[in-house]
Design a protein around this ligand. Structure first.
Ligand code: NAP
Length: 307
């Protein structure tokens, strides 16, 4: 007699993919990360699958950097629908797919893979997810804002490119390693050649993530986005000193693991509007669902699942 498939595991590994035993419903989607145990994506995507009556499951996969190539090859063989990629795989995975869309290539990282016709397609939904989150949280579009991004890594690159495409009033990139901020600004310079005139401050600027430079900029920005991991761990400080925060600011911390990150707490204390990155997680996930299934994602069901 045929054995009944087992329940899905809390976390799968590369060894599981190599010796695949299906679950019920079958696992055909997942997130690859290291660490991955705390990812909220399974909750959100499984709620969407169930709501849409798609008889599949989305699971966590603990995949280390040296296992990524093998794991990606296996999802093709096992005919997965696709996967999400999280820390630290987004950049490396770009080089492992057959086709990447223009947006992902320009960012230099992917967070979504879709398997189609035996080929792996790479996408990046972080930037568009961020833009939707800002509209939802602050009822304003990026094009009407002066934006400062803290960080110049994978998330910051996706957010900065999205901002550039939406033609904001101003974009400041502040990073610990100044050269990386400068390089990112240089890559985006073409987007800022237009006629918006702001007086003495430059429309596109790279600065060091240190107090004097931030103090100089903060009076000429509306939205501050934290795209560094500072605030992720217990005991972390705010990525910029609380004394620099002012009531006119909107603060978006892309970190979503804690209810109130140190930056969000400091901003609220200063009378500013502030929120963590749960809405960006939701919208990048909804966009991934739409890529995989070519249908609208049940956004409210997904929101409720992670709320
Ligand atoms: P990443 O590529 O490793 O980049 C990290 C960035 O943070 C770099 O610019 C780095 O500066 C800076 N940084 C790291 N440690 C720092 C420190 N101690 N002080 C100051 N700057 C520091 O990481 P990532 O993929 O962009 O992810 C960044 C964060 O974005 C993650 O923590 C995650 O929470 C968040 N994120 C959220 C979502 C969402 O859906 N809400 C999606 C994606 C990412 P250097 O260049 O100087 O090293």
């Amino acid at each position: 007699m045929k054995k009944k498939p087992a329940a899905a595991k809390a976390v799968y590994t590369l060894a599981d993919l190599r010796d695949w035993h299906d679950a019920d419903p079958p696992v055909r989607l997942g997130v690859f990360g290291d660490p991955v145990e705390h990812s909220l994506s399974p909750k959100m995507q499984n709620a969407a699958l169930e709501h849409c009556k798609i008889d599949l499951q989305y699971a966590r996969f603990h995949i280390s950097p040296n296992e990524l190539r093998g794991a990606i090859d296996l999802i093709r063989k096992l005919e997965f629908i696709g996967v999400n990629l999280t820390i630290p795989h987004k950049i490396a995975a770009l080089g492992m797919v057959d086709i990447a869309d223009e947006n992902a290539k320009r960012i230099g990282a992917i967070n979504v893979v879709k398997v189609e016709g035996g080929k792996l397609h790479g996408f990046n939904t972080d930037g568009r997810g961020f833009a939707r989150a800002i509209r939802e949280e602050f009822s304003v579009d990026l094009r009407d804002l002066r934006v400062m991004i803290l960080g110049a890594g994978g998330a910051a690159r996706a957010i900065a490119l999205q901002c550039a495409k939406e033609n904001p009033e101003r974009l400041v990139i502040a990073n610990r390693s100044f050269e990386k901020a400068q390089k990112l600004a240089d890559e985006l310079r073409d987007f800022f050649a237009g006629p918006k005139v702001l007086g003495p401050v430059a429309r596109l600027q790279a600065v060091s993530l240190e107090e004097t430079a931030i103090r100089f900029q903060i009076g000429n920005v509306d939205l501050v986005v934290n795209a560094t991991p500072v605030g992720l761990n217990r005991g972390d400080p705010s990525p910029i000193p609380a004394r620099l925060l002012a009531p006119h600011l909107m603060i978006y911390d892309t970190i979503y693991s804690a209810g109130r990150t140190p930056l969000v707490s400091a901003a609220i204390e200063a009378g500013a509007r502030a929120t963590n990155g749960l809405s960006m997680l939701l919208h990048q996930g909804a966009l991934a669902f739409e890529i995989w299934f070519q249908r609208e994602a049940p956004i409210e069901v997904m929101r409720k699942a992670i709320g």
